[in-house]
Ligand binder design. Structure first.
Ligand code: ZN
Ligand code: FE
Length: 251
């Protein structure tokens, strides 16, 4: 009998108002992305009898790193992977990475992509489906790209974010995007208010309102879908992008 090689699975733990802690599971090990809190992650991992192997940090905001010190107390062998340029703001990192680095986790190769804009030194983690245990490409992008939106510019310029989104747009269309916040409904309401006749946005908004009313998540999304409904990805110039960002900030 041939045993099929098992594939990695991504789970979500919704916390706080709209944060999502993603858990990447392969066999009996787990990697947690941007844990805001300790308790929900601890109980989830214990319930599923999983060992915490590593924590991926996209950026230094407290709703992304708040649970990390507590989790590494509980699992002292877990690695913390973060931008080496943010060593001062993420001091508990054990593997320091930069743009274009490749790291090896859970039998899988992971690419680091620098995506500054929301913060300086914000990074994203991309997993290609060339890995045999990955069924479709995956992206953990923190607060850079949301479904229907993008992160606010707290530190970087419009140009930084425009260039970061351009990098993400080049990823395969079937890449599943695991954003750190469930903002889809309000993002699409904003997009729909600007483009009331855009059917792709209108249909998706309808779908999203229904999902949210049933308490369901709208994530992950995909690069292909975002190209159709995300106005920030459709901006052709930095100026156009900056105007959209300002408009959304004041909406
Ligand atoms: Zn943030
Ligand atoms: Fe955040």
């Amino acid at each position: 009998m041939h045993l099929k090689k098992s594939k990695a699975v991504i789970h979500s733990i919704p916390v706080l108002t709209d944060n999502i802690i993603w858990v990447w599971v392969f066999s009996d090990e787990a990697i947690v992305i941007d844990p805001a809190l300790v308790d929900p992650v601890q109980s989830w991992l214990e319930t599923h009898k999983l060992k915490l192997k590593a924590i991926l940090q996209t950026h230094h905001h407290s709703d992304h790193i708040g649970g990390t010190p507590g989790l590494i107390n509980l699992w002292p062998n877990a690695e913390v992977i973060a931008s080496r340029n943010d060593i001062n703001r993420i001091p508990f990192q054990t593997i320091s990475v930069k743009d274009k680095d490749k790291i090896w986790l859970l039998d899988t190769s992971v690419d680091v992509i620098e995506v500054s804009g929301h913060t300086n030194n914000h990074i994203a983690f991309f997993i290609s489906d060339e890995n045999e245990n990955i069924s479709s490409p995956k992206l953990f992008c923190g607060d850079t790209l949301f479904s229907g939106g993008c992160g606010r510019l707290f530190e970087g310029s419009a140009e930084d974010m425009f260039n970061s989104l351009k990098k993400l747009k080049e990823l395969p269309e079937n890449t599943q995007i695991y954003c750190a916040h469930e903002y889809t409904e309000s993002n699409l309401k904003w997009a729909h208010s600007l483009h009331p006749n855009n059917l792709a946005i209108k249909d998706k908004l309808f779908d999203v309102i229904k999902k949210r009313s049933e308490g369901l998540s709208t994530l992950p999304t995909t690069i292909g879908l975002e190209k159709e409904i995300n106005l920030f990805l459709q901006a052709r110039t930095i100026k156009e992008f900056a105007e959209l960002r300002n408009n959304k900030d004041c909406w």
